[in-house]
Design a binder for this molecule. Structure first.
Ligand SMILES: *Cc1c(COP(=O)(O)O)cnc(C)c1O
Length: 360
């Protein structure tokens, strides 16, 4: 069967070139005589893979030297707990901005260990926008502030980085990591599950400023203590070896495209094609406020749930799969991460135009 255009929100499509390269070395990696899956994580061959992948993060994201890049497991959802366990300090207070379901889950975990104040929320309008926040909205005595930079389910993204003064800003960047330029120095901690934009499931990437490592709450389990992973080059225990290898191949692919500058340009172009059509369409309507639209996840509806279902079904039959909106919101969502080619978006829009004419 031919490959489809896969608009899944995650796990999501991977660059074909990368899959083919991995397939080529699946049974025998270079001169090792074995698959990466079969290697000891302490072997020379594997060390080379993990260290190279780590250094490519610094290079591509322009990460300052006083940050550590950690390769963990448990998904972004484990970070919802790991962040407060490690970052609550003497005040035991944190500020959370709730812009969607994942942001809400992060806040709920934060409230288990300390005072997790909700600074602002966009729940009043089904999370269709991002609140505009200034330094005055955040508490001076918070140990950290938490935001979700791109809201995968609702299709919104921050078009600015909130100023939290000296309070470390933590951001969940699961669905936008390496999709556009990001000034890492503005954050205390960034985290992302790999399965949206940078690899298969199983790997969680954490980028943390060094001064935030090493003061976990006393109840923190060993595996949830950042210092344990930082002090052991992410190999305290067995890391998700194959997912890290795949992530490395994807970073190499991004680098060969011209780095984050180049991928950002492509991503803006892709999102523009889809949003321009949504804005002129008489049938489809975008769900997010224009200025807060995500360039990774585009959410839209026809206004008629039956017609939405019909669209999703016909789209699938025509090779555009996983375009149904999140089960909690309905409608449609096209996730157009780094690996989605421009051609996929153009063909989807062509198909939508045809559907619009047929369903006037
Ligand atoms: C998918 C997603 C999550 C959940 O990630 P898991 O790796 O499944 O735990 C959290 N936050 C955001 C923004 C996401 O897109």
């Amino acid at each position: 069967m031919e490959r489809v255009f896969n608009f899944s929100a995650g796990p999501s499509s991977l660059p074909l070139e990368v899959l083919e390269k991995a397939a080529g070395e699946l049974t025998c990696y270079k001169n090792s005589g074995m698959s990466v899956m079969e290697m000891s994580h302490r072997s020379k061959d594997y060390e080379e893979i993990i260290f190279k992948t780590n250094s490519m993060f610094y290079e591509l994201m322009n990460i300052p030297d006083n940050y550590k890049v950690l390769f963990l497991q448990g998904g972004a959802s484990t970070q919802f707990a790991m962040v407060p366990l490690n970052l609550y300090g003497k005040n035991m207070k944190a500020d959370y901005v709730v812009t969607g379901q994942f942001a809400g889950k992060a806040q709920a975990e934060g409230s288990k260990f300390g005072e997790a104040r909700i600074v602002a929320s966009s729940k009043d309008k089904t999370f269709s926008y991002i609140p505009k926040l200034t330094a005055a909205d955040f508490s001076k005595d918070a140990d950290f502030a938490h935001i979700t930079l791109n809201n995968t389910i609702y299709g919104t993204r921050y078009n600015y980085i909130p100023d939290t003064g000296s309070v470390p800003l933590v951001a969940d960047i699961s669905s936008c990591i390496l999709s556009e330029k990001l000034d890492v120095s503005k954050f205390g901690l960034l985290y992302a599950g790999a399965q949206k934009n940078i690899g298969p499931a199983g790997l969680t990437v954490v980028i943390i400023r060094e001064d935030l490592i090493g003061n976990p709450l006393s109840i923190t389990p060993t595996m949830l203590d950042y210092s344990v992973h930082a002090n052991n080059d992410s190999m305290y225990n067995t890391p998700p070896t194959y997912s890290i290898y795949m992530c490395g191949l994807i970073l190499e692919w991004i680098k060969n495209l011209g780095g984050v500058d180049a991928i950002e340009k492509i991503n803006i172009e892709k999102a523009g094609i889809l949003y321009n059509y949504l804005d002129e369409s008489k049938l489809f309507k975008g769900c997010a406020e224009k200025e807060d639209r995500s360039i990774m996840n585009a959410t839209f509806v026809t206004g008629n749930p039956e017609l939405d279902d019909k669209f999703v079904k016909e789209a699938k039959a025509n090779g555009f799969v996983n375009i149904k909106g999140h089960r909690s919101v309905g409608g449609m969502r096209a996730s157009i991460y780094n690996a989605m080619p421009i051609e996929g978006v153009k063909k989807l829009v062509e198909f939508m135009k045809k559907f619009e004419i047929e369903n006037k």
